[in-house]
Write a protein that binds this ligand. Structure first.
Ligand SMILES: [Zn+2]
Length: 210
């Protein structure tokens, strides 16, 4: 598997370019910004982008999606529970002081137990509400890797004080769906360094059993 992680935009959202070495088909997850740099990685590996997956509709994760779709023709996937947030992109742009990216159109909703494919690569969708209502994580069972969006970070969890956030829901999502994964699973969060499920199960202050 080809996997490039590129921190994009002023909030340095981890954008993942994940490609099949055989078929050269790829998915791009969370193209928040800096689409020229994302496309340079796609070209560097001679990939064809088949899916644009958005873990949740915060501007730093979705801001560049339309530009990437225009360049690749790939559909944009987002859980439908975040469609309302997506309509507030101009408000979100004001929160962090960036220009509004304009309207983003979603091609398909993405829900619990759906799968996303690129070549022979396959990811299971985990619907993990809490940071937002429509937050999802992508689990690659063959590679034992989780793309966690802003649900889980190394040593922390996603904030729940923004519209659509719920502390109780994120804690339930983490215990029921994320911590159900094997300890050796590598976690690539939406921001900051990678970690593992085992590490977070043991030492994440929000997750250790009291
Ligand atoms: Zn977020």
């Amino acid at each position: 598997m080809i996997h490039e992680i590129l921190p994009v935009g002023p909030l340095q959202c981890n954008c993942s370019v994940i490609g099949d070495e055989g078929t050269r088909e790829a998915m791009v997850i969370d193209p928040g910004d800096d689409i020229e740099d994302v496309l340079a990685l796609v070209r560097k590996h001679n990939l064809q982008v088949k899916q644009i997956v958005i873990t949740h509709a915060h501007i730093d994760h979705v801001g560049g999606a339309m530009k990437l779709r225009a360049a690749t023709g790939a559909p944009i996937l987002l859980n439908q529970n975040d469609y309302a947030l997506l309509k507030m992109l101009d408000v979100q742009a004001q929160w962090i002081g960036v220009p509004t990216p304009g309207k983003v159109d979603i091609d398909h909703s993405l829900g619990q137990a759906d799968t996303v494919k690129a070549g022979t690569l396959m990811a299971d969708v985990l619907h993990t509400p809490g940071h937002t209502e429509g937050s999802v994580c992508l689990y690659f069972p063959a590679e034992k890797m989780l793309i966690a969006g802003d649900t889980l970070f190394a040593g922390s969890i996603g904030r729940t004080d923004l519209p659509g956030g719920s502390f109780n829901k994120i804690i339930s999502s983490l215990h029921e769906k994320v911590l159900a994964l094997p300890d050796e699973t590598v976690v690539v969060p939406g921001h900051g360094p990678a970690t593992t499920i085992g590490e977070e199960r043991q030492s994440n202050p929000f997750l250790v059993k009291r």
